[in-house]
Design a protein around this ligand. Structure first.
Ligand code: AMP
Ligand code: MG
Length: 348
């Protein structure tokens, strides 16, 4: 009996020492904030005790973002994408290797989502921007006309020759995928510099790497940053959230989604209030989050359940409230906050 008590005591002591060690051995965190892509709040968190090296790395990451914006930001007149846009049809245009990679990945997503994700949707977006500016819905003929210049099947790419448009005045818009790609590149930069635990985020999109589990907050739709609907507890990977509540076109007092169905030229319905994709990297998660908004709930669930690569949390409007649907594989990873614990949750 006596020796048993000693053993229990020893085990207890060991457990306490282990927890103290775990606590103290956590490396310090170095955090950096910056606002690229026209003011998107981005954050770099590096787990290290070496704050000087972390600051140097963060600077390199910011330079990397600046470099990528010079390729993919279509709001920058000098960017590579701006130079390609509006080019005449039927002639090869040379592209950088990163532009080629992005075109290849975007076109692959066009195929995988049967045209829901389409980087050529910009001419229709221009019509909706005009509607918002004039505060007046544009004629159907304007959308029909713009749709003639939409469709990723109208672009051909070749690793040697670059890109070719099949009709005049096509426009590429990487708004649905570039943020994800930039986050992957930010992470890869840190990894190349030897960082093995970090979190990089821009807006609601996050990429994290490291041995431990991460906690990623998902915002309540329409609420300012900081108000959480739930926390996702997941290992290394990517979490991207797409919603209609941050950016939209307002015409005559009505808000229209900034995501366009490339088949109809119409903004997508907003019954999926928030779409969160969990994947290995942010590029794919970003493209898929945009595509899910176009596919709608039923087709999206069918796509997500056709493999086990992508997982999702979908917030669906129901009456005056919401319902939460999530991939079965995430069932143990969700922690609901406040009133969100009491609404309907269902796995798919
Ligand atoms: P996200 O916030 O990632 O869902 O991306 C939205 C942005 O992607 C929009 O602001 C447009 O620039 C672009 N976009 C809109 N509709 C589509 C679509 N169907 N496919 C690809 N990109 C789109
Ligand atoms: Mg996206």
């Amino acid at each position: 009996m006596k020796s048993r008590s000693v053993w229990v005591l020893l085990i207890l002591l060991f457990a306490i020492l282990f927890f103290i060690y775990k606590f103290w051995s956590q490396p310090a965190k170095a955090e950096f904030a910056f606002y690229p892509m026209g003011g998107v709040p981005c954050r770099i968190v590096i787990y290290t005790d070496d704050s000087a090296s972390a600051a140097k790395q963060a600077k390199e990451v910011q330079d990397e973002v600046e470099r990528l914006e010079d390729i993919f930001n279509n709001y920058r007149p000098s960017s590579e994408v701006s130079r390609l846009n509006g080019s005449p049809a039927n002639q090869w245009l040379s592209v950088s290797s990163e532009m080629y990679t992005m075109l290849e990945r975007s076109i692959a997503w066009y195929g995988k989502t049967t045209g829901a994700f389409d980087i050529t949707v910009a001419p229709v977006i221009d019509v909706w921007k005009e509607a918002a500016k004039e505060n007046k819905l544009q004629a159907d003929s304007a959308i029909k006309d713009a749709l003639k210049r939409v469709g990723s099947s109208k672009i051909t790419i070749s690793p040697e020759k670059g890109v070719e448009f099949a009709v005049n005045d096509m426009e590429l818009d990487f708004g649905g995928i570039a943020k994800g790609y930039i986050l992957d590149k930010m992470g890869e930069k840190l990894e190349k510099n030897g960082t093995d635990k970090y979190v990089v985020s821009c807006g609601g999109d996050v990429r994290m790497r490291g041995k431990d589990e991460f906690r990623v907050g998902i915002q309540e739709p329409g609420k300012k940053e900081g108000e959480l609907m739930m926390v996702l507890k997941i290992p290394s990977g990517a979490v991207v959230t797409s919603g209609h509540y941050e950016r939209y076109f307002t015409v005559d007092g009505k808000n229209y989604s900034h995501i366009i169905d490339p088949k109809t030229g119409q903004p997508v319905p907003t019954d999926l209030a928030s779409i969160t994709i969990v994947a290995k990297d942010t590029t794919d998660a970003d493209a898929l989050a945009t595509a899910v908004a176009v596919l709608g709930f039923d087709k999206a669930v069918e796509f997500l359940n056709s493999g086990d690569t992508y997982k999702a949390v979908l917030l669906k409007k129901a009456g005056n409230g919401f319902e939460i649907y999530y991939s079965k594989a995430l069932s143990g990873s969700l922690e609901y906050k406040g009133r969100w614990a009491n609404i309907l949750h269902k796995e798919f």
